[in-house]
Design a protein around this ligand. Structure first.
Ligand code: G1P
Length: 293
């Protein structure tokens, strides 16, 4: 049983500047819901209610978002019952804890901050800037694989070969059409050094051995403590499987992906679908018209 999740959310968000100069990238909303709320919802939908968020400097609004705001609730309750219930849902959706990463030393170092919280239990990791839309929550897909194989599980997805240097890349041998036994892990390799085009997709289930491995992990890519390098240490004495995600991944820290996510999610929202689709069609037609003239 996986009962705990860790959400690293301490990074600078440099790819989304200037919007992230004074607000966390994890709070960038897709329509009206901050990215990190979708991530917390994925934990809850996967049966996890104990969540540790690794926050840091300038991230206080994440704590405020999951806290009560009694004055606001009282004000909204009189005007809009549905919205009031939505606000009450946010503060009660999970048992959320926070710890601050004081220096930004990489994803591996962020996860190391969870050692006392997770203790001797396997736990899930969900990157706070990545939403994955799927029928079965991706964390649930990893938990199912963990229960079958009793090994750490890494979510992966195929990426175009010219993008492998943006990701952690895994190599290995397929066990079935979705699961692979990993025998290689490289953080952000150049195209010629990548063992495959299967990229680590921002979701993991990790055994507690990761903390010991992180203690031994030296600074790697970008002079940071990389989670991928710690997983490579684990691979020397433990097996790890990769599970290809069934779902669509949205990297909110990237401006173009953020725009695409907003459009796709708006088209799925009942109150926006019809007028927004009409707007998009008209906009495209106008562009086509201008190109022809
Ligand atoms: C991190 C991980 C990388 C993974 C990626 C997924 O990199 O280090 O292995 O592929 O997340 O988004 P980052 O994007 O934080 O540099």
């Amino acid at each position: 049983m996986i009962k705990k999740a860790v959400i690293p959310a301490a990074g600078f968000g440099t790819r989304f500047l200037p919007a992230t100069k004074a607000q966390p990238k994890e709070m960038l909303p897709i329509i009206d819901t901050p990215t990190i709320q979708y991530v917390v919802q994925e934990c809850v939908d996967s049966g996890i209610e104990d969540i540790l968020i690794i926050s840091g400097k300038g991230k206080r609004s994440i704590e405020d978002h999951f806290d009560r705001n009694i004055e606001l609730e009282a004000h909204i309750q009189e005007q809009d019952e549905t919205l009031y219930n939505q606000l009450r849902h946010i503060e009660s959706m999970a048992n959320i804890h926070f710890i601050r990463q004081k220096e930004l030393n990489g994803l591996g170092d962020a996860i190391y901050h969870a050692r006392f919280h997770c203790g001797n239990e396997a736990f899930a990791v969900l990157l706070g800037d990545t939403i994955i839309d799927s029928v079965i929550p991706v964390t649930q897909q990893l938990i199912d694989a963990y229960e079958q194989y009793h090994q750490s599980v890494i979510a992966v997805e195929e990426v175009p070969w010219d993008k492998v240097s943006r990701y952690g890349i895994v190599g290995g041998a397929p066990l079935n059409d979705r699961i692979m036994q990993i025998n290689e892990l490289v953080e952000k390799p150049s195209r010629d050094k990548a063992p495959s085009n299967l990229a680590i997709a921002g979701r993991y289930v990790l055994t507690p051995e990761i903390f010991e491995a992180l203690e031994k992990t030296e600074r790697g890519k970008n002079n940071e403590i990389q989670l991928t390098d710690a997983l490579r240490i684990i691979l020397k004495h433990e097996n790890i499987v990769a599970s290809t995600i069934e779902g669509k991944r949205y990297d909110i820290g990237n401006k173009l992906d953020f725009l695409k996510t907003t459009v796709e999610f708006a088209l799925k929202r009942k109150e926006f679908a019809v007028p927004f689709e009409a707007f998009l069609r008209k906009t495209i037609n106008d562009i086509d018209g201008k190109v022809k003239n």
